[in-house]
Design a protein around this ligand. Structure first.
Ligand SMILES: Cc1cc2nc3c(=O)[nH]c(=O)nc-3n(C[C@H](O)[C@H](O)[C@H](O)COP(=O)(O)OP(=O)(O)OC[C@H]3O[C@@H](n4cnc5c(N)ncnc54)[C@H](O)[C@@H]3O)c2cc1C
Length: 429
């Protein structure tokens, strides 16, 4: 079994928690609910919150603590779009449907901001995002992307930056050009997730941390079994993403689990911050195995990148991260890395998110392929709509075709490693 990075070193996010949940305990004994949500990340907390607001009784089971998975460990970038190119969606569903998907991905970003405001979540939400070219090839790709988005998707929020205009946003010589997206932004992902969980509690949801679902007995009602209890519910929502570990084998075969790594430096001075990201944007580069970063409110550089497929930290991770940061921002020489941690992403074969239902009462949303911080919030809202009988919007996503990784569990990993190594090689060209 995949050794979980969740047991690794504590993240800076855990060290800077600003949201206190109302008291909650592991599930004990039998309970009944309209809906049992499995997983306490953004997908699960948003689903629970939106269902409770619609009057459903909801029990949420989380194997660790709330935000234990990717949602509490991520880069915190809140971006429109998907983990895949919108062209992939267009080819599968046609332009009109792809436009709906794109518009809903923008809605996901607005929803994040609304939830933060409505529930007064202290998560440092800030706006501005740079998608930066590293190679001349990327410059052409970004130009083509901007043109496509304006022409086919009426998306005109992208601004072309190069030279001095680019250095007003990010002070480095590393990027020949970038697209600035004013609709993208960033936040403290763990505080955001905990804020959603607290809002869900206040709306009446029973949260149970340290209550792993061990078995889902399907049927109507369904029963979800934990070590010390069981929940009988009319609907089950699977919101376990990369951390599912085979609970529903039909679904775990459609995602590949991969670890991604992050560091946080010590806080830098105001002057140093002004020589890194003076406008406090988030940034990710255009490599396939991408690097991404942003500043925290206390001016730490929160930097992510590097993958692993066996849950083991890549060798010399800290040194490699140090070297990357020194190359991008020599001004940060002497600012030490204080925290490093990892988290798991769920990748689908086509990198589009995998939403759907099994039978008529088990809903799932998974496989955000590293791009789910905003979309997971909307996924929760769409699943609440679908369970309430309004499934049109959910079904725009669920129409996206998905396949099992070829070769089943045994071959899934080697195939993805091969594919990723190919792209890593391309990233170097
Ligand atoms: C290092 C890293 C950086 C990232 N950066 C970004 C970014 O900058 N922007 C972006 O858009 N996306 C990013 N992502 C992806 C994003 O974090 C995810 O797409 C998103 O958080 C998925 O949310 P989720 O709730 O579906 O899954 P998760 O947050 O992973 O939650 C799933 C939860 O289910 C629980 N669980 C699993 N099995 C069980 C069980 N049997 N019973 C009970 N509970 C169970 C887990 O413990 C976990 O807490 C990043 C991911 C990682 C790992």
């Amino acid at each position: 079994m995949h050794s979980s990075v969740s047991d690794g070193p504590a993240s800076w996010y855990r060290a800077s928690v600003a949201v206190e949940l109302e008291s909650c305990r592991p599930l004990q004994g039998e309970t009944r609910a309209d809906v049992c949500v499995i997983g306490g990340g953004v997908t699960g907390c948003s689903t629970a919150l939106h269902l409770a607001e619609r009057g459903y009784s909801v029990v949420l089971l989380e194997a660790g603590d709330i935000g234990h998975g990717a949602s509490g460990r991520s880069g915190g970038q809140i971006l429109p779009g998907l983990g895949t190119d919108i062209t992939t969606v267009q080819q599968a569903l046609g332009l009109p449907r792809a436009r709906e998907v794109w518009e809903m991905s923008r809605e996901a970003v607005r929803l994040t901001a609304e939830l933060v405001e409505r529930h007064a979540i202290p998560c440092e939400l800030a706006w501005g995002y740079l998608h930066a070219a590293v190679k001349p090839r990327h410059v052409k790709e970004l130009e083509a992307f901007r043109e496509q988005m304006s022409r086919d998707y009426d998306y005109d929020a992208l601004e072309w930056l190069e030279g001095d205009a680019l250095r007003e946003h990010v002070v480095t010589e590393a990027y020949p050009a970038a697209l600035y997206d004013r609709e993208g932004g960033h936040l403290h992902p763990l505080n955001y997730t905990l804020g959603l969980a607290r809002a869900a509690q206040r709306a009446g949801v029973s949260l149970h941390p340290r209550s792993a679902a061990l078995e889902v007995q399907r049927g109507r009602p369904a029963t979800v079994v934990t070590e010390q209890g069981r929940v009988t519910a009319d609907f089950v929502v699977l919101a376990t993403n990369a951390y599912q570990a085979g609970l529903i084998p039909e679904l775990s075969g459609r995602i590949m689990r991969a670890a991604n790594y992050m560091i946080a430096t010590a806080p830098m001075s105001e002057d140093q911050a002004a020589q890194v990201l003076p406008k406090n944007d988030a940034l990710s580069d255009a490599n396939f195995v991408l690097d991404y970063y942003r500043l925290s409110a206390d001016r730490r550089l929160i930097y992510g990148g590097e993958v692993s497929y066996d849950g083991r930290e890549p060798p010399r991770l800290k040194e490699r991260m140090d070297a990357k940061i020194a190359r991008l921002f020599p001004v940060l020489k002497g600012v030490p890395i204080e925290y490093r941690w990892g988290g798991d992403v769920a990748i689908t074969l086509n990198r589009a998110p995998d939403f759907g239902r099994l039978g008529d009462n088990l809903y799932y949303a998974q496989g955000y392929s590293g791009h789910g911080m905003a979309l997971a919030g909307l996924a929760g809202k769409l699943m609440a709509e679908a369970i309430s009988g309004q499934s049109e919007r959910f079904d725009v996503f669920s129409a996206m075709p998905h396949r099992q990784f070829p070769g089943g569990r045994a071959l899934r990993k080697p195939l993805l490693v091969l594919a990723t190594n190919f792209y890593k090689l391309r990233d170097r060209l």
